[in-house]
Design a protein around this ligand. Structure first.
Ligand code: ASP
Length: 442
């Protein structure tokens, strides 16, 4: 039997109406067997996510302050779903248990996890599917480290015998604490881990957008969804800040090459975005897949005659960044100069010290620092076979009077990275997007 692990995000399960859409989607395809859920998200602009309210309750309780009124918001969210869907579940007692646990000083992770826990109980009841608690499946060594083997075995053992199940996302049990959570948005990771352990044919990630857009819609309102993107392309774009799925979710899926489909609960007929292993994607000669970028990088430009003949030069240079705990993002080089590009959030006031250490250890002819750069990645697996892509990008930037400060191309040849001044960031993204425009579609 085909197996789909389907994860529904907070906005897909924010109220009873959304639950109805989700039920219809699940029942439409028997392969949708293992359902992972988030806590109820925002129902409209200005609304709150249940997870945020739970964090607030825990915060107040930890300062011995009253949280009854805020907790009533959580009660109202779940009871309205239970009432509108006429569920038989005794949600009042469950809510009371959660309230008491928070009042008794339960941990931050425990309190937050109850959002997913209760939503999964509701959906399981509504679908008539068994509920399986994530604490039985996902095992953490500590907050940011999973016990991979134990988790995989638990999932296989507990879920394989079941035809279907609803599982809360976002949390698991800790080695020394009852509950630990992934970082925010972590239900995506739960779904990915399940898909990997169960050797699923597909991982569906249901959200409130019809796929992963080819550019940030706040800059390019007409940006189209990318119909297909490879894992490597996704990595390049997510590193540059484009997000639609939790970054960590990609790693378990990549292991066995399980394809992912991003889909919209409010528009279930839209194709969405299909994310596939690199070697299975249709080629896209002549096209780019998408672009993303981030502001606030600094560039250290180091000049030294005959630097390329000194075998120890790069090691010494990089050790300065290592000892200052600054990860290097890019390092384009010429014969007698190299630029080290790093994010300001890591440099964080250490620029002068780094330049000084470079002078001491590497004896360069000069070191210059430029702040305030934005980096843009133009990503496309078709680039490797195509002439003229960079020409089109650079012409678009020149036509829009944008000065290019840095150019680099990854060795996999699926991306071109361009550095511009922070102030040119949005115009540059728009100029590049419109230079390809309709051709962004497959
Ligand atoms: N509910 C959690 C959050 O708001 C986890 C998730 O939605 O995936 O971050």
């Amino acid at each position: 039997m085909k197996t789909i692990v389907a994860k529904f995000g907070g906005s897909s399960l924010s109220d009873a109406e959304q639950f109805k859409k989700v039920k219809q989607i699940i029942l439409e395809d028997k392969a949708r067997r293992y359902i992972v859920v988030s806590a109820p998200g925002k129902r409209h602009r200005g609304d709150s996510k249940v997870t945020d309210i739970l964090y607030m309750c825990q915060q107040l309780a930890s300062h011995h302050m009253r949280f009854d009124e805020i907790f009533d918001l959580v009660r109202a969210r779940y009871t309205s779903i239970v009432e509108e869907l006429a569920l038989s579940l005794d949600i009042d007692s469950i809510l009371q248990e959660v309230y008491t646990a928070i009042a008794d000083g339960a941990s931050r992770a425990f309190c937050a996890s109850r959002g997913e826990y209760m939503n999964a109980l509701l959906l399981a009841d509504y679908l008539g599917f068994p509920f399986v608690d994530a604490k039985e499946l996902i095992h953490f060594e500590r907050a940011d480290r999973l016990q991979d083997e134990r988790t995989r075995m638990a999932i296989t053992e507990k879920l394989r015998p079941l035809d279907c199940a609803v599982i809360p996302g976002f949390y698991g049990s800790g080695a020394t604490e009852p509950i630990l959570c992934f970082s925010r948005g972590g239900s995506d990771v739960t779904g990915a881990i399940l898909a990997d352990a169960l050797h699923a044919d597909l991982y569906e990630n249901w959200t409130d957008v019809s796929g992963f857009l080819a550019a940030d819609p706040s800059i390019v309102p007409e940006a189209v969804p990318m119909e297909q993107i490879t894992f490597t392309e996704l990595r390049e774009l997510s590193y540059m800040g484009a997000s639609v799925m939790h970054e960590e979710a990609i790693f378990p899926l990549r292991r066995l090459g399980i394809p992912v489909r991003i889909r919209n609960t409010d528009e279930p007929n839209a194709f969405g975005t299909l994310i596939t292993p690199d070697d299975t994607a249709a080629d896209r000669t002549g096209l780019i897949t998408g672009l993303a970028g981030k502001k606030d990088f600094s560039v250290f430009t180091i000049n030294k005659l005959r630097m390329a003949e000194d075998a120890s030069f790069f090691r010494k240079l990089l050790s300065v960044f290592e000892s200052n705990d600054v990860p290097v993002a890019h390092m384009p080089s010429a014969i007698d100069s190299i630029s080290i590009i790093a994010e300001d959030r890591y440099i964080n006031g250490k620029a002068k010290r780094i330049a000084e250490e470079i002078r001491i250890y590497c004896a360069p002819d000069s070191v210059e620092i430029t702040h305030g750069l934005a980096m843009i990645a133009v990503v496309g697996r078709g680039m490797i076979h195509t002439k003229g892509i960079s020409a089109r990008i650079f012409t678009a930037l020149a036509d829009n009077d944008i000065n290019i400060r840095v150019i680099t191309q990854g060795s996999s040849e699926i991306n071109i990275i361009i550095g511009v001044e922070n102030k040119d960031f949005e115009p540059a993204i728009a100029a590049i997007y419109y230079a390809f425009d309709e051709r962004m579609r497959i």
